[in-house]
Design a binder for this molecule. Structure first.
Ligand SMILES: C[S@@+](CC[C@H](N)C(=O)[O-])C[C@H]1O[C@@H](n2cnc3c(N)ncnc32)[C@H](O)[C@@H]1O
Length: 294
């Protein structure tokens, strides 16, 4: 054993954190500092373990449709294409787009040369797997999670660490994030160090996992109204906000059903609870019971 390197053994045994594991950096993607002018936050993936983590979480299969936003030289595209899923790789840079077309000519990859903030989204069920330019995070989530008719099966995104932390706060600070978080489970799978990219960004990234919650479509208008109201007057009691949208007696029952101790204020209610309240509000109560209370 003398003189044998210890790292490969530890790696096989699973005792090393992935970013220390040898052989995980992709050759040809050089390590360098981010230039002062990199306004859209473009940084290329150079760590195979991060790509493996995205794929393990997204689980694309044959027949699936996967959108990659900002495909660049195609490191992630290649991994996605290997799953058998159909890949739509969006890339704004003409040289990268041409290179992607050549590289994936024989693979189930469609290259779309377009701006990822405006590209037409698929009409059929699709997933998104992407290493997003940091500057586009809000615009992308607004498109994916803001609308009511986007057939999004889920998204696995590399985004700026601070952005991911803001999105996953137990109670978001603004109504828009609350709307996203009420309809989609948002969680951080892992912190991704700046060294996983070239050029290395100034801050770390996060693998953000987005999955839709099961929510009756009829509840969406109520949910939107409740959130708008709650974020307009966060110090108001929860029951007061509910009572503005459902009969008062029902508002009290709904508030009690959350299990949140009264007198809860609207600004302390997590998005998943608003979603449950909206869903409950659109379910018809048994007539007899409703009559006896009203
Ligand atoms: C963060 S890099 C990721 C590249 C590659 N997926 C990777 O992980 O190495 C982002 C890529 O998105 C492209 N890009 C930046 N802004 C874009 C936009 N608004 N629309 C489409 N592509 C964009 C850049 O040209 C770059 O190739």
């Amino acid at each position: 054993m003398r003189g044998r390197p210890l790292l490969p053994f530890l790696r096989i045994a699973g005792w090393l954190p992935p970013w220390l594991a040898p052989g995980t950096l992709i050759p040809g993607v050089p390590a360098m500092r981010a230039p002062a002018s990199n306004p859209s936050g473009v940084h290329f993936l150079r760590d195979r373990t991060v790509i493996a983590g995205l794929l393990r979480s997204a689980r694309p299969r044959g027949g699936d449709l996967v959108l990659e936003l900002g495909a660049g030289p195609g490191v992630l595209t290649a991994a996605l294409a290997g799953t058998g899923a159909r890949i739509v790789a969006v890339e704004r840079d003409a040289a990268f787009a041409a290179r992607l077309r050549r590289r994936f000519a024989q693979r189930p990859v469609t290259v779309v040369e377009d701006d990822l903030r405006r590209v037409r989204l698929p009409r059929r069920l699709f997933a998104v797997v992407a290493n997003l330019p940091f500057a586009t995070g809000t615009a992308v989530l607004r498109r994916l999670l803001g609308g009511r008719d986007v057939p999004l099966r889920g998204a696995d995104l590399l985004v700026e660490w601070g952005f991911a932390r803001r999105l996953t706060r137990p109670v978001p600070r603004d109504a828009e994030t609350a709307w996203w978080a009420a309809r989609y489970e948002l969680r951080i799978a892992r912190r991704v160090p700046a060294t996983a990219f070239a050029p290395a960004p100034r801050v770390a990234a996060a693998h953000l996992v987005v999955r839709p919650r099961q929510l009756d479509r009829r509840a969406l208008p109520v949910l939107r109204a409740l959130l708008t109201d709650a974020y307009r007057r966060p110090a108001a009691p929860l029951t007061a906000v509910l009572a503005a949208h459902v009969p008062a007696a029902r508002a009290h029952r709904l508030a009690r059903s959350t299990g949140i101790a009264p007198p809860a204020i609207a600004g302390a209610v997590p998005p998943s609870v608003w979603a449950a309240l909206a869903a409950a509000a659109v379910v018809a109560e048994p007539a007899a019971r409703a009559r006896s209370i009203s």
